[in-house]
Design a protein around this ligand. Structure first.
Ligand SMILES: Cc1cc2nc3c(=O)[nH]c(=O)nc-3n(C[C@H](O)[C@H](O)[C@H](O)COP(=O)(O)OP(=O)(O)OC[C@H]3O[C@@H](n4cnc5c(N)ncnc54)[C@H](O)[C@@H]3O)c2cc1C
Length: 456
């Protein structure tokens, strides 16, 4: 492999300003805001068109050099830090909003579109529509989020965001362009069927199956008003029954629970936030009455949400970013796991024990996905990036949490390398065999984010 020649080739493809092997430019790509150790990167390249992506993939095959697709790089689990070196392909220049279909309610966008950009575009041009976005900072891409089974304020109603993908355009590992979903047959990117549905192959694959260049995501009507019904409870064992009753009403837009020892008044409590929506204040008042009753009957105490807290939560995504820096020093590792509802009480108790064992302020949360069919549990460990011991503690806590999630019948979400291996150890052998066969068939040179989901 001739590294100088690869740089010249990359510059020929994207232009001199958008390919680099300079250490000062690679520095930022060698790490992420989570607790992963930095890893070396050889090149960064920023394509503008699908044809450029194709040429880069073909070059990577010829040179047998790894390629790591990157959106905002904000998963916190090291998923865009190359494991075996190579080229980081930063998608942010592919930032066109191609079509907003108001009637069929979807957005066709390029893969570099950030959640901040789609939000502000819709606000300005289609104020009656809202996109699925996470509580992550606005520089996270829509593609990066939906491709990791992301979730946010629409998930309780509509399921995880991976399920809201209507179609994909993908540069496959051999450099061919393929379309998936209705767009493979029709000019409309309205849905995934009725044909064999391969879109799942690219979700939570962490860039190992191809590079997504365009995607269509579902949009939803934007409510006039949104509010939070806030409650507190002491006993995590009450969680399944209260969630069961809340979801049975069909009224909640989003349901979030959490336990955090800061600020001090929250210590010892699990907070419960049901997001309600309506056209007018009377709609909201009626719903508050219903949920107050449910809370009371389920051992939760209704509380008028403090205005400051409401501001923080309704003004997403500021809250999550603020909570991320409890320790000061800019380190935030937040692991998640998709779990069955019945194991959530135990996850809260044991998750808090793990945090305390490693000297970390317990900060746990969970969000309903698709009613109560799945809960995504968050275990958040903030640390001081300037303190190596603190970082090591966060890594150890993360590992124990992954094991806990698997022991409780859950599956770690956006799992970092060691977490992926823990999942693979438990996976049905024939599922694993199929994964290996598909990967080897699509990517015989193993160039796409190698090291991830590696079946040994
Ligand atoms: C403060 C904070 C709060 C957060 N809150 C939430 C939340 O509420 N909900 C939630 O779901 N997440 C949350 N996250 C996690 C994460 O930031 C988001 O899920 C984010 O949207 C990921 O998008 P990204 O663009 O950063 O993805 P990246 O990290 O860039 O990529 C994610 C994965 O997708 C792959 N990938 C990216 N683009 C492509 C492509 N074009 N083709 C193929 N593969 C690709 C990458 O290789 C990687 O494996 C939060 C993170 C932070 C820091």
């Amino acid at each position: 492999m001739n590294l100088d020649k690869i740089l010249i080739n990359l510059e020929e493809i994207v232009g001199k300003d958008f390919a680099s092997n300079k250490s000062e430019e690679l520095y930022i790509y060698s790490q992420d805001p989570g607790a992963s150790e930095p890893r070396p990167v050889d090149f960064v390249v920023m394509p503008k068109t699908v044809e450029e992506v194709q040429k880069i993939v073909k070059l990577a095959n010829k040179e047998k050099i790894p390629l790591v697709p990157m959106g905002g790089g904000l998963t916190l689990s090291g998923l865009v830090i190359p494991i075996k070196g190579g080229i980081v392909i930063d998608m942010k220049r592919m930032d066109k909003i191609i079509e907003i279909n108001e009637t069929s309610r979807y957005a066709l966008i390029e893969a570099g579109i950030t959640t901040g950009k789609i939000l502000s575009y819709l606000k300005q041009h289609h104020p009656n529509l809202q996109p699925p976005i996470p509580d992550a900072p606005p520089s996270a891409t829509v593609a990066g989020n939906v491709l990791i089974h992301g979730s946010g304020y629409l998930s309780q109603r509509y399921g995880d965001y991976g399920g809201l993908i209507n179609g994909l355009e993908v540069v496959l590992p051999n450099g061919e362009i393929a379309k998936f979903g209705s767009c493979s047959v029709s000019n409309y990117w309205f849905g995934r069927g009725p044909i064999p549905d391969f879109i799942g192959l690219f979700i939570s694959a962490f860039g190992t199956m191809g590079i997504i260049t365009k995607l269509s995501i579902q949009l939803f009507p934007k409510p006039n008003m949104r509010d939070i019904v806030f409650g507190l409870m002491k006993d995590p064992n009450n969680i399944p029954s209260v969630l069961s009753k809340i979801t049975a009403t069909g009224l909640a837009e989003d349901v979030l629970l959490g336990m955090q020892d800061k600020p001090d008044w929250m210590k010892g409590y699990i907070f419960l936030m049901t997001y309600i929506t309506g056209d007018a204040q009377e709609d909201l008042n009626d719903q508050v009455k219903i949920f107050k009753k449910i809370y009371r009957k389920s051992g939760a105490r209704f509380m008028k949400a403090p205005e400051k807290l409401k501001e923080l939560y309704l003004g997403k995504p500021i809250f999550a970013a603020g909570a991320a820096d409890f320790r000061k020093g800019g380190g935030f590792e937040y692991v998640g796991a998709f779990m069955p509802l019945e194991k959530i009480p135990e996850a809260y108790v044991k998750g808090a024990e793990i945090a305390k064992k490693f000297g970390i302020v317990p900060t746990l949360g969970s969000r309903l996905i698709g009613g109560i069919h799945t809960i995504v549990m968050f275990f958040s460990y903030s640390f001081n990036r300037a303190d190596p011991k603190d970082m090591e503690n966060a890594r150890k806590a993360l590992h124990e949490t992954n094991k806990l999630a698997l022991d409780l019948g859950g599956i770690p979400w956006k799992a970092e390398l060691t977490g992926q291996q823990l999942i693979l150890e438990k996976m049905d052998p024939n599922y694993k065999k199929l994964l290996k066969t598909l990967k080897n068939t699509l990517d015989p040179n193993n160039i796409m984010n190698p090291g991830n989901w590696e079946v040994k």
